[in-house]
Design a protein around this ligand. Sequence first.
Ligand code: TRP
Length: 451
Amino acid sequence: MQRTSQHGNWSSRAAFILAAVGSAVGLGNIWKFPYEAGQGGGAAFVAIYLLCVFAVGVPVMIAELSLGRRGRGSPPKSLELVATDEGQSKAWSGVGWIGTIGAFLVLSFYSVIGGWTLYYVLTSAMGGLENITADASGALFNGFLADSWGLIGWHIAFMAITIFIVARGIQGGLEKAVTFLMPALFVLLVGLAIYSVTTGDGAAAIKFLFAPDFSKVNADVVLQALGQAFFSLSLALGTMLAYGAYLPEDVSIPRSSLIIAGADTGVALLAGLVIFPIVFAYGLEAGAGPGLIFVTLPIAFGQMVGGQIVGTLFFVLLAIAAVTSSISLLEPVVSWLEEHRGFKRPIAAITAGGAIFTVGLGTVFSFNHWAEVKFFGRTVFDNLDFLTNNIMMPLGGLLMVVFVGWFVSRKSMRSELHTITDGQFNIWYAMARYICPIALIIIFLSVIGVF
Ligand code: TRP
Protein backbone atom coordinates (compact mmCIF):
# COMPACT_ATOMS: atom_id res chain seq x y z
CA MET A 1 0.00 0.00 0.00
CA GLN A 2 1.63 3.22 -1.13
CA ARG A 3 0.35 6.41 0.43
CA THR A 4 1.36 10.02 0.17
CA SER A 5 2.01 12.30 3.11
CA GLN A 6 -0.18 15.38 3.46
CA HIS A 7 2.53 17.05 5.52
CA GLY A 8 5.27 17.11 2.89
CA ASN A 9 8.30 14.94 2.18
CA TRP A 10 12.06 15.05 2.57
CA SER A 11 13.60 16.26 -0.66
CA SER A 12 16.36 13.63 -0.59
CA ARG A 13 17.93 10.84 1.40
CA ALA A 14 20.66 13.25 2.53
CA ALA A 15 18.07 15.71 3.82
CA PHE A 16 16.38 12.98 5.81
CA ILE A 17 19.66 11.72 7.27
CA LEU A 18 20.67 15.23 8.32
CA ALA A 19 17.29 15.81 9.95
CA ALA A 20 17.30 12.46 11.72
CA VAL A 21 20.87 12.84 12.91
CA GLY A 22 19.92 16.36 14.02
CA SER A 23 17.07 14.90 16.01
CA ALA A 24 19.19 12.20 17.57
CA VAL A 25 22.12 14.46 18.41
CA GLY A 26 20.98 16.74 21.20
CA LEU A 27 21.21 17.53 24.87
CA GLY A 28 21.16 13.76 25.29
CA ASN A 29 24.59 13.48 23.67
CA ILE A 30 26.39 16.53 24.96
CA TRP A 31 24.78 17.06 28.36
CA LYS A 32 23.37 13.71 29.52
CA PHE A 33 25.73 11.16 28.00
CA PRO A 34 28.94 12.65 29.47
CA TYR A 35 27.48 13.05 32.94
CA GLU A 36 25.93 9.59 32.92
CA ALA A 37 29.20 8.10 31.69
CA GLY A 38 30.96 10.12 34.39
CA GLN A 39 28.68 8.72 37.09
CA GLY A 40 28.56 5.20 35.64
CA GLY A 41 32.29 4.65 35.78
CA GLY A 42 33.25 5.86 32.29
CA ALA A 43 34.19 3.08 29.87
CA ALA A 44 32.04 0.41 31.54
CA PHE A 45 29.00 2.56 30.90
CA VAL A 46 30.19 3.33 27.37
CA ALA A 47 30.58 -0.39 26.51
CA ILE A 48 27.09 -1.27 27.73
CA TYR A 49 25.71 1.78 26.01
CA LEU A 50 27.17 0.69 22.66
CA LEU A 51 25.61 -2.72 23.08
CA CYS A 52 22.20 -1.17 23.81
CA VAL A 53 22.42 1.15 20.80
CA PHE A 54 23.25 -1.53 18.27
CA ALA A 55 21.46 -4.58 19.69
CA VAL A 56 18.21 -2.91 20.74
CA GLY A 57 18.19 0.68 19.49
CA VAL A 58 18.87 0.06 15.81
CA PRO A 59 16.28 -2.72 15.37
CA VAL A 60 13.68 -0.52 17.09
CA MET A 61 14.60 2.43 14.88
CA ILE A 62 14.16 0.26 11.77
CA ALA A 63 10.73 -0.81 13.04
CA GLU A 64 9.70 2.74 13.87
CA LEU A 65 10.81 4.31 10.59
CA SER A 66 9.11 1.49 8.66
CA LEU A 67 5.80 2.01 10.44
CA GLY A 68 6.02 5.73 9.79
CA ARG A 69 6.71 5.26 6.11
CA ARG A 70 3.91 2.73 5.63
CA GLY A 71 1.37 4.96 7.34
CA ARG A 72 2.63 8.34 6.13
CA GLY A 73 0.63 10.25 8.71
CA SER A 74 0.98 11.59 12.23
CA PRO A 75 2.06 8.85 14.67
CA PRO A 76 -1.44 7.78 15.79
CA LYS A 77 -2.72 7.89 12.22
CA SER A 78 0.18 5.87 10.81
CA LEU A 79 -0.28 3.16 13.41
CA GLU A 80 -4.00 3.02 12.79
CA LEU A 81 -3.59 2.75 9.03
CA VAL A 82 -0.95 0.03 9.23
CA ALA A 83 -3.05 -1.91 11.75
CA THR A 84 -6.03 -1.69 9.39
CA ASP A 85 -3.95 -2.82 6.40
CA GLU A 86 -2.87 -5.83 8.39
CA GLY A 87 -6.35 -6.66 9.67
CA GLN A 88 -5.39 -5.81 13.24
CA SER A 89 -7.18 -3.80 15.89
CA LYS A 90 -7.26 -0.05 15.55
CA ALA A 91 -6.29 0.09 19.19
CA TRP A 92 -2.68 -0.13 17.96
CA SER A 93 -2.98 3.57 17.28
CA GLY A 94 -2.37 3.80 21.04
CA VAL A 95 1.31 3.21 20.31
CA GLY A 96 1.23 6.37 18.21
CA TRP A 97 -0.50 8.15 21.06
CA ILE A 98 2.22 7.16 23.49
CA GLY A 99 4.59 8.71 20.98
CA THR A 100 2.72 11.94 20.44
CA ILE A 101 1.98 12.55 24.10
CA GLY A 102 5.51 11.52 25.00
CA ALA A 103 7.01 13.97 22.52
CA PHE A 104 4.77 16.69 23.95
CA LEU A 105 5.93 15.98 27.50
CA VAL A 106 9.61 15.62 26.64
CA LEU A 107 9.60 18.90 24.73
CA SER A 108 7.98 20.65 27.70
CA PHE A 109 11.14 20.14 29.76
CA TYR A 110 13.59 19.92 26.87
CA SER A 111 12.73 23.49 26.00
CA VAL A 112 13.45 24.69 29.54
CA ILE A 113 16.92 23.15 29.41
CA GLY A 114 17.34 24.43 25.85
CA GLY A 115 16.75 27.85 27.39
CA TRP A 116 19.64 27.29 29.82
CA THR A 117 21.97 26.74 26.87
CA LEU A 118 20.93 30.08 25.37
CA TYR A 119 21.54 31.82 28.69
CA TYR A 120 25.01 30.29 28.95
CA VAL A 121 25.88 31.34 25.38
CA LEU A 122 25.11 34.91 26.34
CA THR A 123 26.77 34.75 29.75
CA SER A 124 29.95 33.27 28.34
CA ALA A 125 30.07 35.66 25.40
CA MET A 126 29.77 38.65 27.73
CA GLY A 127 32.68 37.44 29.84
CA GLY A 128 30.51 36.29 32.72
CA LEU A 129 32.54 33.12 33.25
CA GLU A 130 35.93 34.85 33.38
CA ASN A 131 38.01 33.70 36.37
CA ILE A 132 34.94 32.12 37.88
CA THR A 133 35.67 30.03 40.99
CA ALA A 134 34.00 26.73 41.80
CA ASP A 135 31.77 28.43 44.37
CA ALA A 136 30.88 31.26 42.07
CA SER A 137 30.03 28.87 39.25
CA GLY A 138 27.69 26.93 41.52
CA ALA A 139 26.18 30.19 42.72
CA LEU A 140 25.69 31.44 39.16
CA PHE A 141 23.81 28.28 38.18
CA ASN A 142 21.73 28.12 41.36
CA GLY A 143 20.94 31.81 41.12
CA PHE A 144 19.79 31.32 37.55
CA LEU A 145 17.56 28.38 38.53
CA ALA A 146 16.06 30.33 41.41
CA ASP A 147 14.95 33.14 39.10
CA SER A 148 11.69 31.84 37.65
CA TRP A 149 11.15 34.85 35.37
CA GLY A 150 14.58 34.43 33.86
CA LEU A 151 13.94 30.75 33.20
CA ILE A 152 10.57 31.56 31.68
CA GLY A 153 12.12 34.16 29.38
CA TRP A 154 14.73 31.71 28.06
CA HIS A 155 12.12 28.95 27.79
CA ILE A 156 10.02 31.31 25.63
CA ALA A 157 13.02 32.16 23.47
CA PHE A 158 13.89 28.53 22.89
CA MET A 159 10.30 27.52 22.15
CA ALA A 160 9.87 30.47 19.78
CA ILE A 161 12.86 29.30 17.70
CA THR A 162 11.42 25.78 17.62
CA ILE A 163 7.96 26.98 16.58
CA PHE A 164 9.40 29.29 13.94
CA ILE A 165 11.25 26.44 12.22
CA VAL A 166 8.45 23.87 12.40
CA ALA A 167 5.87 26.41 11.19
CA ARG A 168 7.75 26.72 7.92
CA GLY A 169 7.21 23.10 6.97
CA ILE A 170 9.30 20.05 6.20
CA GLN A 171 11.41 21.41 3.37
CA GLY A 172 11.16 25.13 4.07
CA GLY A 173 11.67 24.77 7.81
CA LEU A 174 13.12 21.55 9.18
CA GLU A 175 15.30 20.76 6.19
CA LYS A 176 16.59 24.27 5.76
CA ALA A 177 17.47 24.56 9.43
CA VAL A 178 19.39 21.28 9.56
CA THR A 179 21.29 21.92 6.33
CA PHE A 180 23.10 24.82 7.87
CA LEU A 181 22.99 23.91 11.55
CA MET A 182 24.35 20.36 11.24
CA PRO A 183 27.56 21.28 9.39
CA ALA A 184 28.09 24.07 11.93
CA LEU A 185 27.59 21.60 14.76
CA PHE A 186 30.06 19.19 13.22
CA VAL A 187 32.77 21.82 12.71
CA LEU A 188 32.35 23.13 16.26
CA LEU A 189 32.43 19.66 17.76
CA VAL A 190 35.51 18.45 15.90
CA GLY A 191 37.31 21.75 16.48
CA LEU A 192 36.56 21.73 20.20
CA ALA A 193 37.53 18.06 20.55
CA ILE A 194 40.90 18.67 18.90
CA TYR A 195 41.48 21.71 21.07
CA SER A 196 40.49 19.90 24.21
CA VAL A 197 42.45 16.68 23.61
CA THR A 198 45.61 18.58 22.66
CA THR A 199 45.53 21.25 25.35
CA GLY A 200 43.78 19.29 28.13
CA ASP A 201 44.48 15.87 29.58
CA GLY A 202 43.55 13.86 26.49
CA ALA A 203 45.23 10.68 27.72
CA ALA A 204 43.23 10.57 30.94
CA ALA A 205 40.01 11.23 29.02
CA ILE A 206 40.65 8.45 26.54
CA LYS A 207 41.44 6.02 29.31
CA PHE A 208 38.34 7.08 31.20
CA LEU A 209 36.07 6.56 28.18
CA PHE A 210 37.63 3.50 26.58
CA ALA A 211 39.29 1.31 29.22
CA PRO A 212 36.36 -0.44 30.87
CA ASP A 213 36.28 -1.48 34.49
CA PHE A 214 33.38 -3.91 34.52
CA SER A 215 33.34 -4.15 38.30
CA LYS A 216 31.37 -0.90 38.18
CA VAL A 217 28.56 -2.45 36.12
CA ASN A 218 25.34 -3.31 37.91
CA ALA A 219 21.69 -3.55 36.96
CA ASP A 220 21.20 0.19 37.41
CA VAL A 221 23.98 1.02 34.98
CA VAL A 222 22.43 -1.29 32.38
CA LEU A 223 19.01 0.29 32.85
CA GLN A 224 20.47 3.76 32.65
CA ALA A 225 22.39 2.87 29.48
CA LEU A 226 19.33 1.47 27.71
CA GLY A 227 17.21 4.45 28.66
CA GLN A 228 19.94 6.76 27.45
CA ALA A 229 20.28 4.82 24.18
CA PHE A 230 16.56 5.23 23.47
CA PHE A 231 16.57 8.89 24.42
CA SER A 232 19.67 9.66 22.43
CA LEU A 233 18.40 7.87 19.31
CA SER A 234 15.04 9.70 19.58
CA LEU A 235 13.19 6.39 19.77
CA ALA A 236 9.69 5.37 20.73
CA LEU A 237 8.24 8.84 21.17
CA GLY A 238 6.87 9.67 17.76
CA THR A 239 9.87 11.43 16.28
CA MET A 240 11.02 8.58 14.06
CA LEU A 241 7.42 7.69 13.18
CA ALA A 242 6.91 11.25 11.99
CA TYR A 243 10.25 11.52 10.21
CA GLY A 244 9.70 8.12 8.57
CA ALA A 245 6.36 9.32 7.22
CA TYR A 246 8.15 11.84 5.01
CA LEU A 247 10.72 9.38 3.71
CA PRO A 248 11.01 8.58 -0.02
CA GLU A 249 10.12 4.98 -0.88
CA ASP A 250 13.53 4.04 -2.29
CA VAL A 251 15.61 5.04 0.74
CA SER A 252 17.07 2.09 2.64
CA ILE A 253 15.73 2.22 6.20
CA PRO A 254 18.23 -0.29 7.66
CA ARG A 255 21.20 1.50 6.18
CA SER A 256 19.88 4.92 7.24
CA SER A 257 19.30 3.62 10.76
CA LEU A 258 22.88 2.40 11.01
CA ILE A 259 24.17 5.75 9.78
CA ILE A 260 22.00 7.67 12.24
CA ALA A 261 23.00 5.45 15.17
CA GLY A 262 26.66 5.59 14.17
CA ALA A 263 26.64 9.37 13.89
CA ASP A 264 24.76 9.76 17.15
CA THR A 265 27.20 7.53 19.00
CA GLY A 266 30.18 9.23 17.38
CA VAL A 267 28.92 12.61 18.56
CA ALA A 268 28.36 11.38 22.11
CA LEU A 269 31.91 10.04 22.26
CA LEU A 270 33.34 13.20 20.70
CA ALA A 271 31.42 15.24 23.24
CA GLY A 272 33.16 13.16 25.89
CA LEU A 273 36.47 14.02 24.25
CA VAL A 274 35.59 17.71 24.45
CA ILE A 275 34.55 17.61 28.07
CA PHE A 276 36.71 15.10 29.95
CA PRO A 277 40.20 16.31 28.89
CA ILE A 278 39.22 19.71 30.33
CA VAL A 279 37.66 18.18 33.43
CA PHE A 280 40.80 16.14 34.18
CA ALA A 281 43.29 18.87 33.27
CA TYR A 282 41.68 21.19 35.80
CA GLY A 283 41.32 18.55 38.47
CA LEU A 284 37.53 18.68 38.39
CA GLU A 285 35.02 15.96 39.28
CA ALA A 286 33.98 13.69 36.36
CA GLY A 287 31.06 12.26 38.33
CA ALA A 288 29.52 15.65 39.04
CA GLY A 289 26.13 14.67 37.56
CA PRO A 290 23.72 17.00 35.77
CA GLY A 291 25.82 20.04 36.74
CA LEU A 292 28.84 18.74 34.83
CA ILE A 293 28.22 21.02 31.84
CA PHE A 294 26.66 24.00 33.52
CA VAL A 295 28.67 24.17 36.74
CA THR A 296 31.88 22.16 36.41
CA LEU A 297 32.92 23.03 32.87
CA PRO A 298 32.58 26.83 33.26
CA ILE A 299 35.22 26.70 36.01
CA ALA A 300 37.70 25.48 33.39
CA PHE A 301 36.49 27.97 30.77
CA GLY A 302 37.04 30.70 33.34
CA GLN A 303 40.69 29.75 33.77
CA MET A 304 41.91 28.72 30.33
CA VAL A 305 43.50 31.03 27.79
CA GLY A 306 40.81 32.04 25.29
CA GLY A 307 38.22 30.48 27.58
CA GLN A 308 35.67 33.12 26.72
CA ILE A 309 35.74 32.05 23.09
CA VAL A 310 36.00 28.31 23.76
CA GLY A 311 33.21 28.46 26.33
CA THR A 312 30.94 30.48 24.07
CA LEU A 313 31.51 28.12 21.15
CA PHE A 314 30.81 25.16 23.41
CA PHE A 315 27.45 26.54 24.48
CA VAL A 316 26.60 27.50 20.89
CA LEU A 317 27.26 23.87 19.99
CA LEU A 318 24.94 22.75 22.75
CA ALA A 319 22.22 25.17 21.69
CA ILE A 320 22.39 24.07 18.04
CA ALA A 321 22.18 20.42 19.05
CA ALA A 322 19.16 21.21 21.22
CA VAL A 323 17.27 23.09 18.49
CA THR A 324 17.70 20.39 15.84
CA SER A 325 16.21 17.94 18.36
CA SER A 326 13.41 20.09 19.69
CA ILE A 327 11.96 20.56 16.20
CA SER A 328 11.67 16.78 15.93
CA LEU A 329 9.71 16.70 19.18
CA LEU A 330 7.26 19.36 18.02
CA GLU A 331 6.71 17.74 14.61
CA PRO A 332 4.65 14.72 15.77
CA VAL A 333 2.28 16.98 17.69
CA VAL A 334 1.97 19.45 14.83
CA SER A 335 1.29 16.75 12.24
CA TRP A 336 -1.45 15.39 14.47
CA LEU A 337 -3.07 18.84 14.84
CA GLU A 338 -2.93 19.36 11.09
CA GLU A 339 -4.76 16.09 10.48
CA HIS A 340 -7.28 16.04 13.25
CA ARG A 341 -8.07 19.68 13.73
CA GLY A 342 -7.51 20.75 10.14
CA PHE A 343 -5.12 23.47 11.33
CA LYS A 344 -2.74 25.08 8.89
CA ARG A 345 0.85 24.32 9.82
CA PRO A 346 1.77 27.74 11.31
CA ILE A 347 -1.35 27.74 13.48
CA ALA A 348 -0.71 24.14 14.47
CA ALA A 349 2.90 24.96 15.40
CA ILE A 350 1.89 27.95 17.51
CA THR A 351 -0.95 26.07 19.22
CA ALA A 352 1.13 23.01 20.00
CA GLY A 353 4.16 25.08 20.99
CA GLY A 354 2.05 27.29 23.25
CA ALA A 355 0.48 24.33 25.03
CA ILE A 356 3.86 22.65 25.46
CA PHE A 357 5.36 25.88 26.76
CA THR A 358 2.59 26.12 29.37
CA VAL A 359 3.18 22.58 30.59
CA GLY A 360 6.89 23.43 30.67
CA LEU A 361 6.18 25.98 33.41
CA GLY A 362 5.84 23.00 35.73
CA THR A 363 9.48 22.22 35.03
CA VAL A 364 10.51 25.85 35.47
CA PHE A 365 8.87 25.97 38.90
CA SER A 366 10.43 22.63 39.89
CA PHE A 367 13.69 24.54 40.24
CA ASN A 368 12.31 27.32 42.42
CA HIS A 369 8.75 27.93 43.74
CA TRP A 370 7.75 24.27 43.59
CA ALA A 371 11.09 22.75 44.56
CA GLU A 372 9.44 21.23 47.61
CA VAL A 373 6.24 20.19 45.86
CA LYS A 374 6.70 16.47 45.41
CA PHE A 375 4.57 13.71 43.95
CA PHE A 376 5.88 10.18 44.57
CA GLY A 377 8.87 11.89 46.18
CA ARG A 378 9.80 13.68 42.96
CA THR A 379 9.44 17.21 41.62
CA VAL A 380 7.25 17.86 38.59
CA PHE A 381 10.34 17.87 36.38
CA ASP A 382 11.66 14.61 37.81
CA ASN A 383 8.24 13.03 37.36
CA LEU A 384 8.05 14.07 33.71
CA ASP A 385 11.55 12.75 33.16
CA PHE A 386 10.69 9.49 34.91
CA LEU A 387 7.37 9.03 33.12
CA THR A 388 8.78 9.63 29.66
CA ASN A 389 12.22 8.06 30.00
CA ASN A 390 11.46 5.11 32.25
CA ILE A 391 7.87 4.26 31.37
CA MET A 392 6.69 5.64 28.03
CA MET A 393 9.92 4.99 26.15
CA PRO A 394 10.38 1.33 27.06
CA LEU A 395 6.64 0.68 26.78
CA GLY A 396 6.32 2.46 23.42
CA GLY A 397 9.40 0.67 22.10
CA LEU A 398 8.14 -2.68 23.33
CA LEU A 399 4.71 -2.29 21.77
CA MET A 400 6.26 -1.13 18.53
CA VAL A 401 8.56 -4.13 18.08
CA VAL A 402 5.83 -6.53 19.20
CA PHE A 403 3.46 -5.00 16.66
CA VAL A 404 6.00 -5.16 13.86
CA GLY A 405 7.32 -8.58 14.80
CA TRP A 406 4.08 -10.38 15.61
CA PHE A 407 1.11 -8.49 14.19
CA VAL A 408 2.34 -7.07 10.89
CA SER A 409 2.91 -9.77 8.29
CA ARG A 410 6.45 -10.79 7.54
CA LYS A 411 5.73 -10.13 3.87
CA SER A 412 4.81 -6.49 4.52
CA MET A 413 7.98 -5.93 6.51
CA ARG A 414 10.09 -7.65 3.89
CA SER A 415 8.68 -5.38 1.19
CA GLU A 416 9.32 -2.31 3.36
CA LEU A 417 12.91 -3.38 3.98
CA HIS A 418 13.53 -4.31 0.37
CA THR A 419 17.09 -3.09 0.05
CA ILE A 420 18.74 -5.67 2.30
CA THR A 421 19.56 -9.33 1.71
CA ASP A 422 17.42 -12.17 3.07
CA GLY A 423 20.12 -12.96 5.60
CA GLN A 424 20.20 -9.39 6.89
CA PHE A 425 16.44 -9.28 7.02
CA ASN A 426 16.33 -12.48 9.04
CA ILE A 427 18.75 -11.06 11.59
CA TRP A 428 16.67 -7.93 12.01
CA TYR A 429 13.45 -9.93 12.17
CA ALA A 430 14.75 -12.20 14.90
CA MET A 431 15.89 -9.18 16.89
CA ALA A 432 12.56 -7.44 16.51
CA ARG A 433 10.60 -10.56 17.43
CA TYR A 434 12.68 -11.92 20.28
CA ILE A 435 15.72 -10.01 21.47
CA CYS A 436 14.22 -6.53 21.67
CA PRO A 437 10.92 -7.53 23.32
CA ILE A 438 12.73 -9.62 25.92
CA ALA A 439 15.20 -6.85 26.69
CA LEU A 440 12.43 -4.27 26.89
CA ILE A 441 10.17 -6.44 29.06
CA ILE A 442 13.01 -6.95 31.53
CA ILE A 443 13.69 -3.21 31.60
CA PHE A 444 10.06 -2.38 32.00
CA LEU A 445 9.49 -4.85 34.82
CA SER A 446 12.51 -3.62 36.68
CA VAL A 447 11.43 0.00 36.28
CA ILE A 448 8.02 -0.68 37.76
CA GLY A 449 9.69 -2.50 40.61
CA VAL A 450 8.88 -6.14 39.94
CA PHE A 451 12.53 -6.96 40.49
N1 TRP B 1 17.55 12.54 20.91
C1 TRP B 1 17.48 13.88 21.41
C2 TRP B 1 18.67 14.11 22.34
O1 TRP B 1 19.53 13.27 22.42
C3 TRP B 1 16.18 14.19 22.09
C4 TRP B 1 14.98 13.74 21.34
C5 TRP B 1 14.50 14.23 20.18
C6 TRP B 1 14.14 12.64 21.67
N2 TRP B 1 13.41 13.52 19.76
C7 TRP B 1 13.18 12.54 20.66
C8 TRP B 1 14.15 11.77 22.72
C9 TRP B 1 12.22 11.52 20.70
C10 TRP B 1 13.17 10.75 22.75
C11 TRP B 1 12.25 10.62 21.74
O2 TRP B 1 18.79 15.11 22.96
